[in-house]
Design a protein. Sequence first.
Length: 215
Amino acid sequence: MIYGKKLLKIYKILLKEFGPQYWWPADSPFEVMIGAVLTQNTNWLNASRAIDNLKRKDLIRPHKIAVISKSKLISAIRPSGFYNQKAAYLKGFSRHVIDRYSGDLRKMSRVKTGILRNELLAINGLGPETVDSILLYALDKPVFVIDAYTRRIFGRHGVKIKDSDYPGWQNLFELHLPRDAKLFNEYHALIVKLAKERCRKKPDCQGCPLKGMSL
């Protein structure tokens, strides 16, 4: 379990460097779910502007997203970009939550992780990263979210995945770390923080807390 020891060491270094991230910032689990869709192909600032618009219109509820006209929804989420697609995704997801769970996210959270993951992946517009963000950050399910930041940072530190796809990267973390939602939550948030602060496309290796480390 050499990967496990090193992954935990990296986690502790990042936590010491940046502190707890308190991610995902939201007032409700459904807001997290909405945010996971809105952050597709954009940055958090743009997604948060769209969320603020939805809040002002009191739309952070499944039944309201489901019944509002697409044009009005598009107007609210326009800052997030790709608004036509995202409006359709949000409506489809909201209708699923209503039809399957009567809008009750507590009922949704009681479904076994693997079953729920496959169910959500079948919804149009919800890929692995979006679904896993919903599972981890909104429903406290122990799944590790993989994104471009994760691939960038760990690729630069010597990680070579035989099957360099989403499941391959996800297995690196889920098979070598304690299966704990709080750990996965904080770890991924710290990865995002490092990527934005230091490990950008043009990296600041001199100031990186992981300088010299390899896996």
